[in-house]
Design a protein around this ligand. Structure first.
Ligand SMILES: Cc1ncc(COP(=O)(O)O)c(C=O)c1O
Length: 413
């Protein structure tokens, strides 16, 4: 009898990597409520919009097509660090921001997410860790898990007064907690400046203190600057670079040009010269293994960067108008507080309720037709936080936020 015909033999199936096992779980209650609403064909006011290409902005279509369709994209000249002309163009972007950056210190990736994965490969062995702020961008946990690395966190805390007209409250790094969070396995401190979704800008003092801490502990700093072009007034953005600590700054077209589909990101490296050169050489080996950045985008990098002002202006105008609207709607209310962002595409509303956050978001969706992300998706601990996207088209934003305010007022009665 052939083995395939043997009775009662258990099939031997291939197994999958354990790094994914935490993600194989059922659908959460918010996703289930969203699916139910969509199945019924009921209208939804979506306050989670994060894809700028579907948010009603007017892109210079002809110029984008012309840039990407140039002859430069037709020949392949593999370059692990990225084509020199593309790196030069990115230096031009920094120069316009008032910073001098050398193309030799840049390495291109296909996205900022890929830049994170390259840096974890560079810095971590399996079981090592990187330490990121909480609350922050949820993808970091997946990125770390996929590299068999642990994501630990340090808290950002609200400091200052939130009362009355003189609202001086801001999110600040809790340095005592950060120091406690750094262990023998920590290989990097991650800074997200401006942060998503809290929208706080790090002060010069915070950036320098983090770099000092990293230098003293012999670990690297990764600074995610994808929202740096979207400051909302007031606070200034402080760029991080060092000639001592090893610092990796990340950015890319998904926010600089609001073109996530074009797929270009980059890493800028600074630090003690010998260390910096070694890091760049090793990163080059990682990048050379994949050569993931497509040629058309590299060949068109300069032309595309030229187009960023027009799109950024539209986005900033919408961010400002939506922020103004949500400020008007929430001002002077006891039942909720707007945790005002200094930059970025998001704002956070804190509801002063004992109702669990997941109940609030599901009820808002089911009864008020407002789809909104709960703070727990971003690592807020305790309380009820709702994250709204300031990128949302203005009418939907105003109506959606008004319904959130009504909901909160009604619950307080
Ligand atoms: C803080 C932050 N970093 C990185 C990314 C990912 O950028 P990319 O599309 O270049 O991978 C995002 C996307 O929203 C983000 O919010």
């Amino acid at each position: 009898m052939s083995s395939s015909a043997a009775p009662n033999r258990r099939a031997i199936v291939p197994r999958f990597s354990h790094r994914l096992h935490d993600y194989v779980h059922g659908i959460n209650s918010l996703a289930a409520a969203l699916a139910a609403k969509q199945n019924l064909g009921e209208p939804i006011l979506d306050l989670t919009v994060s894809n700028p290409t579907l948010a009603g902005f007017d892109y210079p279509e002809t110029e984008i097509r012309a840039a990407l369709g140039g002859r430069g994209g037709l020949e392949y000249h593999p370059s692990a660090r990225g084509l020199p002309q593309a790196r030069e163009a990115i230096c031009g972007y920094y120069a316009e921001r008032g910073e001098r950056v050398s193309p030799d210190d840049l390495l291109l990736t296909s996205s900022t997410s890929e830049a994170y994965s390259f840096l974890i490969k560079l810095l971590c062995d399996p079981g090592d860790s990187v330490c990121a702020p909480a609350p922050s961008y949820p993808l970091l946990e997946y990125l770390a898990d996929l590299e068999c690395c642990e994501l630990t966190t340090y808290p950002l805390r609200r400091q200052g007064s939130q009362d009355g007209g003189a609202n001086t409250a801001r999110w600040a790094v809790d340095f005592a907690a950060l120091e406690r969070a750094l262990t023998a396995t920590t290989r990097a401190i991650i800074l997200i400046n401006p942060n998503n979704p809290t929208g706080n800008l790090l002060t010069q003092d915070e950036v320098e203190q983090c770099m000092g801490l990293a230098r003293d502990r012999g670990i690297a700093v990764i600074v995610d600057e994808v929202f740096a072009d979207y400051c909302l007034g007031g606070a200034a953005y402080y760029p991080a670079h060092s000639d001592q600590a090893l610092v990796f700054r990340l950015n890319g077209f998904s926010k600089v040009l609001a073109l996530p589909q074009v797929k270009l990101g980059w890493i800028h490296v600074s630090g003690e010269p010998g260390l910096k050169a070694r890091a760049l050489d090793l990163l080059e080996i990682i990048a050379d293994t994949f050569l993931s950045v497509n040629t058309p985008v590299q060949a068109s990098c300069a032309a595309l960067l030229e187009l960023r002002d027009g799109v950024q202006k539209q986005i900033r105008a919408r961010l400002h108008r939506n922020l103004l609207r949500i400020t008007e709607l929430t001002e002077g209310r006891d039942e909720l507080t707007l945790l005002r962002p200094e930059a970025g595409w998001y704002a956070v509303i804190q509801l002063h309720t004992v109702e669990p956050e997941d109940t609030v978001v599901v009820t808002l969706l089911r009864d008020a037709g407002v789809y909104i992300h709960p703070g727990q998706f971003f690592g807020f601990e305790g309380g009820c936080h709702l994250v709204v996207s300031l990128l949302t088209p203005e009418q939907d934003f105003a109506e959606g936020c008004a319904r959130v305010v009504q909901y909160a007022a009604h619950r307080m009665l």
